[in-house]
Design a protein around this ligand. Structure first.
Ligand code: HEC
Length: 498
């Protein structure tokens, strides 16, 4: 009897399953970017709703198979059969709707590719799961059942994977872990005290460099170096300036040009800074003297130098002022931490995303586009103006930001990295950014930037990386600016964007 069933008209060769699998597997290779059709667009948007069906159905199928799979009664068999079938149908519907959504062009990148492929794999696994199960119900051979159960199990794993990626696509990759990560980051920030004890302050990094920053760096930075002297790092200082006089002679302040220039009588022609500019404070000049005298080490601490009684006397009256500066910095930082969540909610309404910038200890934030992107214009940026000092990173890939919008970005005094890839700027507005003291990375790829506006970058004080792939800027100009900005690398590469 059994034999005749297998050999009869109902015999399963797997031809149908092969055709369906082949069609599904071809889907990722059919070129995207079809002409816009409202119906297909509509069907595509059903994907996020439809996907819930195969997920729930396969879970039910697995539970049923596990609990009742060995019952041969007609009810058990038919309910299970139904579950298997509908898991497959809904999976195919979800994959096709997903294809339409993908083709709409709103999505791109690797994540969506993996998601699509895992969706297709899921459906194909279900096709063969159903096929092997049919073989089992016809032949009652144990190995078909085992095979079918294995495929079901694999499909379950793949759909969990696909579901996770789908979640990452709609809510951002860290959606699930985000509350925990945020809490951890907040805790780290709180624990890091900004106030160091005076004795452990590094003389060069914590004291002298900030003083130079305030009084000298406008004229002696990496891109604008009067007399070729850059005072922004220890190495640059040692490299010296046009006069070729040694800036620092260890142990001998009187022979160190850096000290000589700030210790002359203020009316002297060579006194630094030039007339009319606010000079270093007397305590800072003394500190420079004793630091050079002690050997000008990068690791020298204030505690070490204060073993000298004269300097100790000078510093005792200077330290309260220093502490006050640090305290006010600390207060600003706490304020940023407190208002961060409110800012994030506000940004969300504006179509933007705000996250703590985990590369800094100073409670700064990164601002970026949502995914899928919303419309972000110059007015959107204007609304963020009250929070202008909060941002260290801004990425506005593909935003409708024009050169006027750069005015608002020019106010973000703590900005370090700015990505304007595929935005609508032509570059006239770049001049608004030239006073950003910390702006190190600028990505202007895929914009209409031209040679003339590109040259504004020569005035930027802190640039380290500039990307101008696919703009109107000529390679010759890139070379000119790259050579002019001594500490920056300017390239025709595309650069990262997120
Ligand atoms: C307003 C711009 C300006 C500021 C601010 C300024 N400098 Fe200068 N600096 C110059 C110019 C211009 C020269 C070249 C003319 C000269 O040597 O006097 C120069 C030259 C120097 C030199 C000699 C470089 C060489 O070639 O040997 C030193 C050292 C120096 N500055 C140190 C400082 C220090 C330290 C400060 C801060 C306390 C400072 N400068 C602030 C404009 C400035």
């Amino acid at each position: 009897m059994k034999h005749s069933v297998v050999a009869g008209p109902k015999r399963r060769t797997g031809f149908g399953s092969m055709v369906v699998s082949a069609l599904l597997l071809m889907l990722p290779f059919i070129p995207m970017g079809m002409d816009y059709s409202p119906i297909l667009d509509f069907l595509g948007r059903l994907h996020p709703i439809i996907v819930h069906f195969p997920i729930v159905l396969i879970l039910c199928t697995m539970a049923f198979e596990w609990l009742f799979g060995s019952f041969k009664g007609p009810i058990g068999v038919s309910i299970l059969g139904m579950l298997y079938h509908w898991s497959l149908y809904s999976a195919i519907a979800a994959v096709i709707a997903g294809y339409f959504l993908y083709s709409s062009g709103d999505y791109g990148g690797d994540l969506i590719k993996y998601h699509f492929w895992s969706g297709v794999t899921f459906a194909v696994l279900l096709v063969w799961c159903l096929h092997t199960r049919k073989r089992y119900t016809l032949t009652h051979r144990w190995r078909w059942r085992q095979l079918s159960r294995t495929l079901l199990f694999l499909a379950g794993i793949i759909v969990a994977f696909a579901g996770h990626q789908g979640g990452a696509l709609t809510h951002g990759p860290e959606f699930v872990m985000e509350p925990l990560q945020k809490a951890l980051h907040q805790k780290n920030l709180k624990e890091k005290t900004v106030l160091k004890s005076p004795n452990s302050l590094l003389v060069f990094n914590d004291l002298l460099l900030p003083s130079f920053d305030r009084t000298c760096m406008k004229c002696h930075n990496s891109s604008n170096a009067k007399s070729d002297l850059d005072l922004s790092t220890m190495d640059a200082i040692h490299a010296g300036g046009k006069s070729l006089k040694p800036m620092i002679v260890e142990g001998k302040p009187e022979e160190s040009e850096l000290y000589v220039r700030v210790s002359l009588p203020p009316k002297h022609d060579d006194f630094m800074p030039p007339e009319g500019k606010p000079p270093l404070q007397p305590a800072e000049v003394q500190l420079l003297y004793y630091w050079i005298k002690a050997g000008a080490g990068a690791e020298d601490t204030l505690g070490l130098l204060m073993q000298n009684d004269t300097l100790k006397g000078i510093m005792d009256s200077y330290l309260p002022q220093l502490a006050e500066q640090q305290l006010s910095k600390q207060a600003e930082r706490l304020e940023r931490m407190k208002t961060g969540p409110r800012l994030a909610r506000m940004a969300l309404d504006l179509g933007l995303e705000v996250r703590p910038d985990e590369d800094t200890d100073s409670a700064y934030y990164s601002l970026s586009m949502q995914f899928p992107p919303k419309v972000v214009t110059d007015e959107t940026l204007a609304k963020l103006l009250p929070y202008k000092d909060y941002f260290s990173k801004v990425s506005l890939v593909g935003a409708d930001i024009s050169d006027e919008g750069l005015y608002y970005i020019g106010q973000m005094s703590n900005l370090q990295s700015l990505i304007l890839t595929k935005s609508c700027i032509k570059g006239d507005g770049l001049q608004y950014l030239k006073d950003l003291p910390k702006l190190q990375m600028l990505n202007l790829s895929h914009t209409d930037l031209n040679d003339k506006n590109f040259l504004f970058l020569s005035q930027f004080p802190a640039l380290k990386r500039v990307f101008v792939f696919n703009t109107e800027v000529t390679p010759e100009m890139v070379k000119v600016l790259d050579e002019h900005l001594r500490n920056a690398k300017v390239t025709l590469e595309e650069g990262d964007y997120y």
